[in-house]
Design a protein around this ligand. Structure first.
Ligand code: NG1
Length: 463
């Protein structure tokens, strides 16, 4: 099947560019099993790479063809028009929301890496490529990070560079900020480092990745709410507001800690809130946070007063977008207590999930998935009525656990289902959600509702 995909891409490549491609590349999407909005807080996540992926055939710019830094990419999906740009450092972005920015982000990552290592990569990182994807776009399955990784790997192979995989995972995580989200590193790490058949627990404080077995006899089902989780400027702002709330919450906690305990601690991320770092017992951490933060929302001026700084300075430090403009204060204020409580409890759920999964306890893991969704819905406020309906139906139809996955505000949910229950589950959720609730009449829901198996990480090879 995969060879068939590569063969077709090679034929398109030949038609487009008039010669044969030398290499192939692939980069998988991912589904996050648990650990939502924890990564940029330095707390762990537990995703798995999918078999669904971006696939490319490509060739470094042919020798003697003039500009060795020209990148040309043809996408077999006609919604995404082909693009050509010069890989100069820095690469000027397309307008916000353009798919080409994910290609540029990958290439820029490699150019920046080269520049930091004292190598001039500009001349040799151009390539010509034809790409295709078996991932639904804007569904929360991280097709965008897969595209960043794919593009970066093609630039790297064109240069003949070799960089260790875990270094690449971190480079691509920073590199994707090019598109304007202040994301964590989950998507790029799981895309680079996964082993087929296993989920991956990723820690960020410090970085490490550890494969986790999935329980036998159960399957992961992805269910697309069909509400698009598009990366528009408004969607990026919504995501970035959550990152700001977490950072502001951390700063308020740091100040409260020194008042309460009479000593300073390193507290730059919620992930620094360990018993060892704070020097207090584990069970005191969450009560301390709840006590230190008000459950009413904070205004920027209120937070500034608490932190002993000016409102303008605080906005400057926390609310700048990548393009330099300042994100407006959310109308309802910053909900610091709710966001912090979600992250700290979600962190614990990730740790407990790894224990349950390693012990083959699918039911225990299912309970944690449900707790995670409830926390995402109520405390982090990233769900929507469609996702809540879909998840409720999945539980009624026998899932052991179900939750939204990815950034939220639409996109996909994920459910854990016993293998023997799969046919009845898929047919009931298909009928009840897509037919009765969404009133889709086409009947074919396999592109919205599918079983996924843990796939292997990204890579390139010679054709
Ligand atoms: P998606 O669903 O791919 O937009 C985003 C972030 C992740 C993580 C999740 C929430 C990017 C590229 N991805 O994922 O790092 O923070 O939201 O858990 O920003």
């Amino acid at each position: 099947m995969k060879d068939e995909v590569v063969k077709n891409l090679a034929a398109v490549f030949h038609r487009e560019f008039g010669y044969k491609p030398g290499f192939t590349a692939r980069a998988p999407g991912r589904v996050n099993l648990i650990g939502e909005h924890t990564d940029y807080n330095g707390c762990p996540v537990l995703p798995m790479a999918l078999e669904q992926c971006f696939t490319a055939v490509f060739a470094p710019r042919p020798a003697g063809a003039g500009n060795g830094s020209r990148v040309s990419v043809v996408n077999t999906d006609s919604r995404f028009p082909g693009l050509t740009f010069i890989a100069e450092n820095p690469v000027p972005p397309y307008e916000t929301g353009s798919w080409g920015n994910y290609v540029k982000a990958g290439v820029q990552t490699i150019l920046s890496y080269g520049a930091a290592a004292g190598k001039d990569c500009q001349a040799g990182c151009g390539f010509e490529a034809v790409i295709t994807s078996s991932l639904p776009a804007a569904a929360g399955l991280s097709s965008s990070s897969a595209l960043v990784v794919l593009s970066g790997l093609m630039a790297m192979a064109s240069l003949g560079l070799s960089v260790p995989k875990d270094t690449l995972a971190k480079l691509f995580a920073d590199g994707e900020r090019y598109v304007g989200t202040q994301g964590g590193g989950m998507d790029q790490a799981v895309c680079m480092l996964s082993e087929a058949g296993k989920a991956l627990k990723i820690e960020f404080n410090p970085f490490s990745a550890e494969p986790v077995n999935m329980p036998r006899g159960y399957s992961v089902v992805v269910m697309d709410s069909t509400v698009k989780a598009e990366k528009t400027r408004a969607a990026m702002d919504r995501y970035n507001i959550r990152t700001i709330e977490c950072r502001l919450g951390t700063a308020v906690l740091k100040a409260a800690f020194s008042r309460r305990y009479g000593r300073e601690v390193k507290l730059g991320l919620l992930g620094d809130m360990t018993s060892q770092n704070l020097g207090i017992p584990e069970e005191e951490i969450i009560p301390f946070a709840v006590d230190a933060l008000s459950d009413s929302a904070y205004s920027l001026s209120g937070a500034a007063a608490l932190l002993g700084t000016g409102t303008g300075r605080l906005a400057e430090e926390y609310c700048r977008r990548r393009d330099g403009s300042v994100l407006p204060e959310p109308p309802g204020g910053f909900k610091l207590m709710q966001r912090v409580l979600h992250v700290l409890t979600e962190w614990k759920r990730v740790e407990d999930s790894v224990s349950f999964l390693s012990a083959g306890d699918a039911a225990g893991f299912g309970v944690l998935m449900n707790g995670s969704h409830e926390s995402c819905r109520r405390l982090f406020e990233i769900s929507c009525p469609e996702l809540d309906t879909l998840i409720a139906l999945a539980l009624e139809e026998g899932a052991l656990g179900a939750r939204l996955t990815g950034a939220g505000f639409g996109g996909c949910a994920v459910a854990l289902v016993m293998d023997g229950d799969l046919p009845a589950f898929l047919s009931a959720v298909g009928r009840r959600y897509y037919g009765e609730y969404l009133k889709r009449t086409d009947g074919n829901v396999s592109r919205f509702l599918f079983i996924c198996r843990p796939g292997r990480g990204a890579g390139t090879s010679v054709l």
